[in-house]
Ligand binder design. Structure first.
Ligand code: HPA
Length: 272
């Protein structure tokens, strides 16, 4: 089945199940799925029941599409996302974003766990994503042009919405929660990076590294959806500290940071 047919089938299924028009989409990363508990008047659809949806295979990623209200706004949240390292083609990795786009979202919040490259960062820091470097070797816009997703060639100068970044900074300050700002680089994984790779990324201007988000952001921008991205720095990247990296540390640190994380995103949505 082609990518657009896959997406349309999922959209048709969702529309049969629920009469709801979301304005805002949210992709919840590793350990950050608890934001879903803040959503009111919920309808929860399991990925396993939505035609064409892959099932997330990563610990810390539930597999639900959740519709409801957050601060009075109609939202849809992906509790659990798909990664290239799971072996899915990029069309499946961005399927959720494509579906949310066709359901009518105008704004997408993307969150992730990331390794800190910038030496002034520390585990537990929250980073507003200013820009990204696509080192995944893939791009969801490759293939036949499909105008329902948007044009083949599209601008990425302001991939991360300037107004939303300004709003985020205000919300952080109002809550007296410290924040970082920086460039997120995407590697495909699933092995963590080598110190030499992290050194390269540092020289290239990356502040953090992870294995997600960039495909989703590209797909969203093609659909002209405004994007806000935020990373939880769960560990220092390879070679920045002497420690070895572990998935357990990633999950534990994101668990500690999640209350601040949830507060920032809900407050931002309240201000939209
Ligand atoms: N590298 C890649 N992905 C990650 C990391 C990292 O150090 N931490 C959390 N996700």
């Amino acid at each position: 089945m082609s990518h657009i047919e896959d997406v349309k089938k999922a959209v048709e299924y969702i529309k049969r199940k629920i009469n709801f028009r979301p304005e805002v989409g949210i992709v919840l990363g590793s350990g950050l799925g608890d934001l879903a508990y803040e959503i009111e008047n919920k309808t929860v659809l399991s990925y396993a029941d939505i035609p064409g949806f892959p099932v997330s295979t990563v610990k810390g990623h539930a597999g639900n599409l959740i519709f409801g209200q957050l601060k009075g706004k109609n939202v849809v949240a992906m509790q659990g996302r798909f990664h290239l390292y799971e072996g899915y083609p990029i069309s499946k990795v961005v399927l959720g974003v494509r579906v949310m786009g066709l359901l009518g979202i105008k704004i997408l919040f993307v969150t992730n766990a990331a390794g800190g490259i910038n030496k002034s960062f520390a585990p537990g820091d929250l980073m507003v994503i200013r820009d990204h470097i696509n080192f995944s070797g893939e791009n969801p816009a490759i293939g036949e042009e499909n105008l329902q997703f948007g044009p083949r060639f599209f601008d990425m100068t302001y991939a991360y919405d300037q107004q939303l970044i300004q709003m985020a900074k205000k919300v952080y300050e109002e809550n007296t929660i410290p924040y970082r700002e920086g460039v997120y680089a995407c590697f495909k994984g699933p092995s963590y990076e080598t110190p030499a790779e992290i050194n390269m990324l540092s020289i290239m201007g990356a502040d953090a590294v992870g294995m997600s988000t960039v495909p989703e952001v590209i797909a969203a921008r093609q659909m002209d959806i405004r994007v806000f991205g935020m990373s939880c720095i769960t560990n220092m990247a390879a070679g920045i500290s002497k420690d070895r990296l572990s998935h357990q540390e990633v999950v534990e640190t994101s668990n500690k940071a999640k209350a601040s994380f949830i507060k920032i995103i809900t407050d931002m949505i309240g201000k939209l």
